[in-house]
Design a protein around this ligand. Structure first.
Ligand code: GLA
Ligand code: ZN
Length: 674
């Protein structure tokens, strides 16, 4: 298996630490002294500094003060800590907004926003860009050779849109590049509908209202973001070409196509705030975390990633403010490492004294002591990480993938029907398909429809309504070469412009691959009950059932209840070349899905990480040469015995040997080395 180098410069250990804002404490240097003492005690080694420090770095236009940051950087180096230095563009100084109001965004109603909050700058504004270039260049020039500088964290959680004239003009330029001519654009957006034909580029705005217009405006936000990111990174690379650059993502955040953002990053980092106080189902919480980790690892072809932010205790912006239960902190963080992270950091190292995040969880609270439950949780994890450094750079062996595609997500949002969003549930559905196999401990990648399929044996495409150019061809090639493909209802209806395929669904040649014709999509409102029969059992179908016909495929299940569907195929399989293509024409519950997909996975030759008969336990694995690291997670509130795979293991936490079975406490987790 491949092994990977450090994700940030000179790091050979698991990264542990967090956002550190010493600029809030310059008037109380004893607090900063205390921070460094506590950092050592906590087993932390990596800090992201300067994320929102613009006014502390440049208090007035062109007047810089780096002395405080110099001292922090030097102290970090003395302690052999790594600094992930941020560019401050996530929050602009008030003086900048006052002198140049055009750096503030215009909202969707056309109103220029006042100076406020953060993450709300016009990415097109030449002034904003110039000011960002200046401050980034100053930072990069000053710290280029500083031993603590290990990576760049550009801006913070890029998000949002600006509707100013400049941004709209850039949108039109972007459209010209995409479509070449107005005729092409009109065709792509199907603008003969409702008399939407454009005769001049200048007529085009974000508000046109057609599906294509809305979708492209959303795509354009990703382009704008990536363009701005490149701009920020270029300013840094002039001085620090060797220092890796990242920005912190937000999981399945709807506003950006993170597959494209990933291309601009040297390594992936993510901010994870599981809903511990929102969702009582820890299994669901953990599987959602695992899914985003599997995506972030896949975004760079298996390369380890970083959790840039997580909460050491409660998250102030979530409802409930429920405290993490014993062992849940370790469970959450090890889940990331187990799925390919080479480090987990926190928001935040120390709670601020005032303002919006003073009640947000932090490693160090307002007392400033190590005698807190949270500090002990963090220090315990830090101590464990110190025994786990061999894990860094290891890879995750994967043979199956689930497709999560942002543009497909957006297509489902903009498509008027079939059904509404609370029925479509794209996000939830992909997560359910993922969880169906995660529950059975099959290692998974989460990929997009443009990713390479050829390295997998099993490929799952839930609700892949949009087929971008070439996707159908690659799906065919995947199956022809021996792959097992599963596609669900609401797939293969439309092209990348959300225009329907003519001549039958699943379109673009996929009728041949699946050996079916999908005549008509149908919804199942709550007052209908619908069932399919599979191996003599009746399985309930909810939300969607399609009327499909066999065109060479074999039916594995059929609808039974509704006369409109009775006897029609509900699940089909078609042999195509050396592989098989399965189609699910109705939405079933997770339990059936897990049984069905689990069977296909075994048939496709996949091996679960641990035997399936370990209820309540999730497992993942990382490998490096001959070394194998087995991660075990108990997502229940009860003690569990885990049946281990054959062989002798060392429990990394305490060096003890084990084989056969292992006991995990409620929400317990462990790393075993083989
Ligand atoms: C985000 C931001 C941080 C902080 C945290 C609080 O992830 O990046 O600056 O506001 O939320 O959870
Ligand atoms: Zn703008």
């Amino acid at each position: 298996m491949e092994t990977y180098g450090p994700i940030i410069r000179n790091a050979t250990e698991i990264l542990h630490g967090g956002d550190y804002n010493p600029d809030q404490w310059l008037e109380t240097p004893e607090i900063i002294d205390r921070d460094f003492e506590l950092m050592e005690k906590s087993g932390c080694n990596t800090f992201s500094v300067g994320i929102f420090s613009w006014t502390m770095l440049e208090p007035a236009p062109g007047k810089y003060q780096f002395d405080w940051l110099d001292r922090i950087m030097d102290r970090m180096a003395e302690h052999n800590f790594h600094v992930i230095l941020a560019t401050p563009s996530g929050a602009k100084p008030a003086w900048l907004a006052t002198a140049y109001p055009e750096v503030c965004r215009v909202d969707e109603h056309g109103l220029r926003q006042p100076y406020a909050d953060r993450h709300n700058h016009c990415w097109s504004s030449p002034v904003y860009r110039e000011k960002v270039r200046e401050i980034n260049s100053k930072l990069a020039e000053r710290y280029a050779h500083h031993p603590a500088l290990s990576a760049w964290h550009i801006s913070n959680e890029y998000n949002g849109k600006c509707f100013c004239e400049l941004c709209q003009e850039r949108f039109r330029v972007w459209l010209r590049e995409r479509y070449g001519t107005l005729e092409n654009l009109n065709r792509a957006w199907w603008n003969t509908f409702w008399s939407h034909l454009h005769t001049d580029w200048a007529e085009i705005t974000p508000w046109g209202g057609s599906e294509g217009n809305s979708l492209d405006w959303k795509r354009f936000a990703t382009f704008q973001c990536c363009d701005f990111m490149k701009f920020e990174a270029d300013a840094l690379r002039v001085y620090t070409p060797e220092i890796p650059v990242t920005t912190n993502m937000m999981g399945f955040f709807d506003g950006l196509d993170y597959w494209r953002v990933a291309e601009v990053c040297d390594f992936i980092s993510d901010d994870v705030y599981p809903g511990w106080g929102i969702d009582p189902d820890v299994r669901r919480i953990l599987s959602e975390c695992a899914m985003r980790h599997d995506m972030h690892r896949a975004m760079k072809n298996g390369k380890p990633f970083l959790i840039m932010e997580s909460a050491p205790s409660a998250t102030n912006w979530q409802p409930g403010h429920r405290l993490k239960r014993p062992n849940q902190h370790k469970l959450e963080e090890l889940c990331a490492v187990g799925h390919g992270a080479d480090g987990t950091l926190y928001f935040q190292w120390r709670k601020s004294r005032g303002n919006l995040e003073k009640f947000h969880g932090a490693v160090v609270d307002h007392v400033g002591t190590e005698e807190t439950r949270v500090f002990r949780d963090v220090a315990e994890l830090g101590a464990l990480y110190r025994k786990c450094n061999d894990i860094c750079g290891s890879a995750t062996p994967v043979q199956a993938a689930v497709v999560w595609d942002w543009e497909c997500f957006w297509a489902h949002q903009f498509d008027q029907g079939p059904g509404k969003e609370d029925q479509k549930k794209y996000c939830e559905t992909v997560q359910t398909f993922y969880r169906a196999l995660w529950t059975r401990n099959f290692p998974l990648d989460v990929i997009e429809s443009l990713s390479d399929f050829s390295k997998y044996r099993l490929l799952i495409c839930p609700m892949l309504i949009m087929l971008k150019p070439g996707v159908a061809e690659r799906l065919k090639a995947f199956v022809a070469a021996g792959g097992t493909l599963v596609m669900s209802y609401l797939s293969g209806y439309e092209d990348e412009n959300t225009n329907c395929f003519l001549g039958g669904w699943p379109g673009d040649g996929l009728m041949e691959l699946f050996g079916i014709w999908n005549e008509e999509p149908g919804g199942i409102p709550a007052f209908d009950r619908q069932w399919l029969r599979y191996e003599g059992r009746e399985i309930e179908v909810v939300d969607y059932a399609e009327r499909i016909h066999l065109r060479g495929a074999e039916a594995l299940a059929e609808f039974t209840s509704d006369p409109l569907y009775e006897g029609m195929p509900a699940i089909t399989v078609n042999r195509f070349g050396a592989g098989k293509a399965y189609y699910l024409a109705g939405r079933t519950g997770e339990e059936f899905l897990s049984e069905f997909l689990g069977k296909l996975a075994l048939e496709a030759g996949l091996e679960p990480v641990i035997p399936a008969e370990n209820p309540g336990i999730s497992a993942s694995v990382r490998r490096k040469g001959e070394e194998e690291f087995l991660f075990l997670f108990n997502y229940t509130a009860e003690e569990r015995q885990v049946r281990l795979p054959a062989g002798n293991f060392t429990v990394l936490a305490n060096g003890s040997c084990c084989s056969g079975t292992l006991t995990l406490p409620p929400f317990g987790s462990e790393i075993l080395k083989k």
